[in-house]
Structure formats: C-alpha cells, structure tokens
Design a protein around this ligand. Structure first.
Ligand code: PAF
Length: 277
C-alpha cells in the first residue's frame, strides 16, 4: 500500500490509472470504513482511501481539534484490507489559502443535521468536490451511516454532471447494535452500555411500520421520550422518505428512520431503512 501526502504526488501516481475508486474518510478507521474499502475494491481496479479531517465541516472548533487522529493505526488497518493508496494530505495541501469558493447545497442540506450543524454540508460538499477533483475517481463510496450526507453527495454528482458512480455501503454495527463511528471512542463504559438504545428506539419504529402502523408522529414522539427518559438530549428521531428525506405522504412506502441524540458529551447519529407492507 502506498501512502501519499501531497496532491502533486497523487496526481503523478494516478496519471495513467483508470477505474479508480475513492473512499473519502476523516480517519480513525474502523470496520465500517473497511467495508467501504471492500465495496470499492469489488467495483474498481484501484482504491484510493483519503484521510483528511476537514475543518470546514465542523461547527465547533473543539470538535475539530478533538477529532480522533490515529494515522499510524489507520495505515495498518487499510494495508490489511488491501487498500491500494492512502491519501492523507496536510491542511495546507487541501487549503493552501483560505477557501474562497464553496459549494452551497440545496434545501435538503438545511434540515435534520443541517438544522443542528449549520453549514456542515457546505463544508462536506466543498471538500468532497475538491477530493473528487484531486483523485478523479470513476467510483466513490460513502456509508449509509451518514444517510443525509449520502443523499446530498448523490445530488451534487448529478447536478454537476460529475462522471462518478456513487456506491453506498451498509452500516456496520457492534454486536450491541451500536453503529460503528469514530465518535464512539469518546463514550465511557456506562455510555457504551447505553448507546445502543438509539438503535433500539429506532427499531421500535421499524417494527411498528412493518406491522402497518402509519402514525409516524406518535412513533417519533415515543422514541424521543424513551431516549430522554434515559438521559439523552434528543435532536431528532423522525421518519422520512428515502428519496428526498421528506415527511411521508399517504402514498409513500419506502422510509428511513433518522436519529441524532447526545449521550454525555457525544453526539451520535443513526438511521434505519424500512418499507411499509
Ligand atoms: O463522512 C465523512 O467522514 C466526511 O464527511 C467526508 C465525506 C470524508 C468529508 O470530509
């Protein structure tokens, strides 16, 4: 596996490559990322995993500085997963000067995560566009764990006619049901025990929808109450359409349950796709 730190070196190295897949990450690699690398491998000849903690998408400076950075361990895990290139630029490689141009994503980016993290997706779209321009992949892989991000990236690629096929990887979970996330390392022992409740609260909604219940507002309210009773600060637990993340109308059948809540000092998100009978 090759480790490349500069844009010019990566460009030179990839000059003659075709059928390249890009797996953008912010590092602290876990099994969820490795499953994306695996999907990328199956759909390309060459996988470039990028590791870059993107300041532009953080709302709080503390969250950015505290973000776990574990490059040496990440390299070992990616090497074992047969990843071809790790591109891990320094900040001034990606932002040699203060960024002047931004991708301003549409309405879908203003709700849910966008409501609680203003400009988060503006930062995500801007860096993803930049990474796409640097790597010039034919395929790019994103996890369903960040469901809204995935929907926004698909929209970005379509709207800008980028010649990139976006693949979505399933969320990888611990045995407890907790979705793997780089933020999980911030949970203490008792929080780690409590954390799977986010998924369980969403599972209750899933089961209700599967049994034909369509009273989404009541389900959302009950899930929020359940989490709050166990000490969570709930941002949202909602049912939305899989396409467009809209409030469901009578004819909709394919939904995604999306949740975001804070346990102690750690904000977790999760989602679960479900179709009604
Ligand atoms: O999902 C992430 O880790 C980040 O948002 C991404 C896509 C790598 C952009 O910084």
């Amino acid at each position: 596996m090759k480790i490349i730190r500069h844009v010019t070196d990566l460009r030179e190295f990839l000059e003659k490559s075709t059928n390249v897949a890009c797996v953008p990450t912010m590092g602290n690699i876990h099994a969820g990322h490795l499953s994306l690398v695996d999907l990328a491998k199956k759909n390309s000849d060459f996988v470039v995993t990028t590791i870059f903690v993107n300041r532009l998408q953080f709302n709080q400076a503390g969250d950015f500085t505290d973000y776990p950075r574990t490059l040496e361990e990440d390299f070992k895990k990616l090497e074992k997963a047969n990843n071809d290139i790790v591109f891990c630029p320094e900040e001034n490689d990606i932002y040699p000067q203060k960024q002047q141009y931004f991708i301003d994503p549409p309405k879908i980016a203003k709700k849910l995560e966008g409501r609680f993290r203003p400009d988060h997706f503006r930062g995500v779209c801007t860096v993803v566009m930049k990474l796409f321009n640097i790597v010039q992949p034919q395929v790019a892989v994103f996890g369903k764990k960040d469901y809204q991000q995935l929907a926004i990236i698909k929209g970005l690629v379509k709207d800008f006619a980028l010649p990139i096929r976006i693949l979505s990887g399933e969320t990888v979970r611990a045995q407890s049901g907790l979705a793997l996330s780089s933020r999980n390392v911030r949970l203490n022992q008792s929080e780690l025990k409590e954390a799977p409740r986010l998924r369980s609260a969403m599972q209750i909604i899933y089961d209700a929808i599967k049994s034909g219940d369509r009273n989404f507002v009541a389900m959302e309210y009950a899930a929020g109450e359940l989490l709050a009773r166990h000490g969570w600060k709930v941002d949202y637990v909602v049912v939305r359409t899989q396409v467009g993340l809209l409030r469901p109308s009578e004819k909709d059948k394919n939904f995604v349950i999306l949740g975001a809540a804070t346990l102690g000092k750690t904000r977790l998100i999760d989602d679960l796709e479900v179709s009604s009978p």
